[in-house]
Design a protein around this ligand. Structure first.
Ligand SMILES: [Zn+2]
Ligand SMILES: [Zn+2]
Length: 467
């Protein structure tokens, strides 16, 4: 298996939003990026009703095709019943996995890997992951063998050189990767946007990638729509249209709604967007309302943010566990450190609070006085139509008479921004993926390559072609 040239294989993510898995091998060393799962409630066998098994987790995920059958990354004991797949023990290659950011479609499958496989994440990403682990958001399977890598610091797997380059996405620690072998180099963008808090990171990433030089650009194309819907060519343009909500405007929009609201303010967010958690804490000053987090998000804020000016929500269940002394230590510590808010406090003065409500905890709404309240839906799950839970949420809000305001913004660059970044990078070869319509992203000068699964691509003399 000792290769004389660089070999690239595409295992996932070519025509899906996420689940990007690509391997790059040179001689007896191999790098795989990323290792996510695709969230698709409509098509997934795991419907929330079938119980996932603890013992056969890896076997089940591989067998169901939720993670790909890649040789040399799974434990022998995990895949003993799967024919034709080499275990990590039987494979003499040096393999490392690198993860661009902590969204499930990029990291959800990393627990399937053998703990012998090092998994590299940036410093901030490891800190966030360890925080999530504590509050029960760990990946299924094994505890991954996490290794820290650092922005702009090149590290090696065999003779493959990897440089993490920071980009802006709606989660902290996100990066793209420059991956170089003696045959040529790849720049993988990860997920990115121009309308985030740090648009300068994209310009800097472009400069850095060009400085390091690359032959193949692997780029996300989430926002690309069906060509039939929009026959016009995508024109490169970095300006931010008025109708596009910029990340820094999300909190301003929340503030405007709160100002008009005479009742309780509620928000549903995704706390891996830690910067938005910080923005919400800051809303206390502008809205005059006390900001109240559920314990899980409070823990994220406590661990990763400097601002501690928030209270924690104590549900009836939490109160009972607290009294019985059965609360986990981390919850106990939060209750000792932060002000408690219960339903009765909020009901006495609804206009004095801005309180978190995640979908899982929806029944708490039944204890709250939500008259004249505003439910601000800011990219918390369920996200949209494709998720049956979304309709259930709308049904519930209607039932209790709570008005929903959609305030938020995504993590992905608009088509004209994708094209802008593409032309600035001006690659020799472009591989668009992480998209339902990757073929819509066409480079002006370089060659568009739409890879296939189960094929091998060779990088040789700074060019890539199908074997
Ligand atoms: Zn993604
Ligand atoms: Zn993402």
């Amino acid at each position: 298996m000792n290769l004389e040239h660089t070999e690239v294989k595409f295992w996932g993510g070519l025509r899906t939003i996420g689940g990007t898995i690509i391997s790059v091998q040179y001689k007896d060393a191999r790098v795989i990026f990323d290792y996510g799962l695709i969230f698709s409630p409509a098509s997934s066998i795991f419907d929330g009703k079938i119980k996932e098994r603890n013992v056969n987790t890896v076997h089940d995920y591989v067998k169901l095709g939720l993670v790909p059958p890649i040789d040399g990354v799974y434990e022998k004991s995990d895949i003993a019943a799967l024919d034709g797949l080499l275990s990590v023990e039987e494979d003499n290659r040096e393999t490392a996995v690198i993860i661009s950011h902590l969204h499930l479609d990029h990291m959800g499958g990393m627990g399937m890997l053998s703990p012998q496989i090092p998994v590299y994440l940036t410093d901030e990403t490891v800190d966030l992951y360890e925080t999530l682990e504590t509050i029960g958001e760990k990946v299924p399977g094994h505890r991954p063998n996490l290794k820290k890598c650092h922005f702009h610091e090149t590290f090696q797997v065999g003779e493959i050189k990897i440089t993490p380059i920071p980009i802006d996405h709606d989660v902290i620690g996100a990066c793209g990767f420059h991956i170089a072998t003696p045959d040529g180099a790849i720049f993988y963008t990860g997920d990115f946007r121009l309308h985030g808090r740090h648009p300068e990171l994209i310009e800097q990433a472009i400069t850095k990638a060009k400085e390091l030089a690359f032959d193949v650009l692997i780029m996300e194309g989430t926002t690309l729509q069906d060509i039939e819907e929009s026959k016009n060519l995508i024109v490169p343009d970095a300006t931010l249209p008025d109708q596009l909500t910029k990340e820094k405007e999300v909190v301003e929009k929340m503030q405007a709604i709160l100002q008009e609201t005479t009742g309780l303010g509620l928000f549903n967010i995704y706390h891996r967007n830690v910067e938005r958690v910080q923005d919400i804490i800051a809303l206390k000053n502008t809205s005059g309302r006390k900001v109240v987090f559920e314990l899980e998000t409070a823990y994220v804020a406590d661990q990763l943010l400097d601002s501690k000016d928030f209270a924690v929500y104590v549900s009836a269940d939490t109160k009972m566990e607290h009294a019985a002394g059965t609360l986990p230590e981390w919850k106990q510590a939060l209750l000792e450190k932060y002000e408690h808010v219960e339903a009765k406090d909020m009901n006495a003065n609804p206009a004095g609070y801005f309180v978190q409500t995640t979908y899982e905890n929806s029944l708490e709404l039944l204890d709250w006085n939500v008259e004249n309240g505003a439910y601000i839906h800011a990219n918390g799950t369920p996200l949209g139509d494709y998720d049956p839970a979304y309709h259930n949420l709308l049904k519930l809000l209607k039932y209790i008479g709570l008005e929903r305001f959609v305030v938020g913004t995504g993590g992905h660059a608009m088509p004209q921004h994708l094209k802008y970044v593409l032309e600035k990078l001006d690659p020799k070869i472009l591989v668009p993926l992480h998209s339902f319509h990757p073929e819509r992203l066409v480079p002006d000068n370089g060659r568009l390559l739409l890879p296939e699964y189960n094929a091998t691509y060779i990088i040789n003399e700074h060019n890539m072609h199908k074997q």
